[in-house]
Design a protein around this ligand. Structure first.
Ligand code: HEM
Length: 414
């Protein structure tokens, strides 16, 4: 007789150390499980998580308590229907197509180069501390046309806002710090918004001040809340994805050699990283009516925790789900950064990540420049650095030994 394993606790230290065995138990034995610690229903199979992202019965009303207080106002993730469509249309053009290619690609390239310059001649560095945590925030700060000297303050505010969003255990100190950071960020931004309204420039903040769709424009508070969302949504996520991607390649030298030789594989390596170790491990939803999923029924109004990290390893959906394989046949790089993706790291449906193409561009630029600058890289500490975090997850540090190349000139392949 086989005994049923205990249901895992997603707030336990064992889960934080390695959630993937727990995800497997959930998928196999408890595909719908009420978790008392978060008072939410955990769903873990690909089919159920994908449905929760696509089916409008799963509202995102939970963001009223999870997100709105820290951002100081309603933002895209909690909106639905026409309000969401109009707001999304106001901001989305800046994150794709010509705007991204012509206006922001040079900003991304410059920021990657400047950060790499700070360790270009070093024998060793921590790619998390010196590159990954800084790069996406530097890019957003420059895109918005904010003062680079304020980077540290912005970084502090965004870390507290992300803390508020990830506060699964409802720690009151973390909640207070998030609320305070939201207020300080808004107070910092308001005078700058006034300046841009009076004299718009070529930056993203000016675009947000002047954009109009179907007679709707963003008021000051809409803009401060959206900037707070951008810093939180576009900073830590890309940071963790980038560090994880480099870590996975260093841990798989054959795949690193393949990517080094054929840079067109970088999007595939990024997509596989997002599947294998998604930076956002879980997202919540609130069904407006009773819904039936694998394993049972969820009552209307309950909180559902969609376990992205588990869905992306579902053996019902992927062959060898626990293997990192840039060339896997069941993940499509061409659609991995669109709402037609066959992974759920960016969610799916109407809230599919607005910044997916920006993140892809950032990662392509960063990985290309790192490979160009360093013809050889290896783990400095001999072991593969571990991931940390429960709500968002990624390497806390990534110490690497570096062999510098010829200052930006692509080094010959070994
Ligand atoms: C690897 C990097 C990233 C990952 C894994 C990621 C993940 C996600 C996920 C899972 C959602 C869905 C949230 C939900 O439906 O509740 C989302 C939405 C969003 N993301 Fe990203 N994101 C990344 C990069 C970015 C970047 C670079 C930006 C912009 C600077 C950004 C801006 C947004 C915005 C504005 C939304 C809300 C979209 C909506 O509700 O319509 N993200 N992202």
């Amino acid at each position: 007789m086989t005994t049923l394993p205990q249901p895992p606790d997603i707030l336990s230290p064992e889960f934080a150390a390695d959630p993937y065995p727990a995800y497997r138990i959930l998928r196999e034995h408890y595909p719908l499980f009420h978790h008392p610690g978060t008072d939410s229903f955990l769903i873990s199979r690909y089919e159920d998580v994908a449905r929760a992202f696509r089916d409008p019965v799963f509202t995102s009303d939970n963001y009223e308590w999870q997100l709105e207080p820290a951002h100081g106002g309603r933002t895209l993730p909690q909106m639905s229907g026409r309000e969401h469509a109009v707001r999304r249309a106001l901001v989305a053009p800046a994150f794709r197509g010509r705007e991204l290619r012509e206006k922001f690609l040079p900003v991304i390239e410059r920021n990657a180069r400047e950060l790499i310059d700070t360790f270009r001649d070093a024998a060793e560095t921590d790619l998390v501390a010196r590159f990954a945590t800084r790069f996406p925030i530097n890019v957003i700060v420059d895109m918005l046309g904010l003062d680079r000297a304020d980077h540290d303050r912005l970084h502090g505010w965004y870390a507290s806002v992300v803390g508020f969003l990830s506060n699964l255990a409802q720690d009151p100190e973390i909640a207070d710090a998030g609320l305070r950071a939201g207020r300080e960020l808004a107070a910092y931004l308001l005078p700058i918004i006034q300046e841009r309204r009076a004299a718009p420039g070529d930056d993203l903040l000016s675009t947000l001040c002047t954009a109009e769709v179907e007679g709707t424009r963003m008021n000051d508070q809409d803009i401060t809340s959206f900037v707070s969302l951008l810093l939180a949504a576009g900073g830590e996520t890309t940071d963790k994805a980038l560090a994880a991607l480099v870590r996975h390649l260093l841990a798989h030298p054959d795949q690193l050699a393949a990517v080094r030789a054929d840079r067109s594989l970088i999007p595939a390596a990024f997509a596989e990283t997002l599947r294998y170790t998604p930076p956002v491990q879980m997202i919540m939803r609130q069904p407006a009516a009773e819904v039936t999923l694998s394993g049972g029924t969820v009552p209307a109004g309950a909180t559902v925790t969609c376990l992205i990290g588990s869905a992306n390893r579902d053996e019902r959906h992927y062959a060898r789900p626990d293997t990192f394989d840039v060339l896997r046949g069941d993940l499509t790089p061409a659609t991995a950064f669109s709402a037609a993706a066959d992974h759920v790291a960016f969610a799916l449906g109407r809230h599919f990540c607005v910044g997916a193409l920006l993140a892809k561009t950032e990662v392509e630029v960063a990985v290309n420049q790192l490979l160009d600058a360093f013809p050889a890289m290896d783990f400095a500490e001999g072991t593969v650095p571990a991931d940390a975090g429960v709500f968002t997850r990624g390497p806390e540090r990534l110490r690497v030994r570096l062999v510098p190349g010829n200052d930006g000139v692509r080094a010959p392949e070994a």
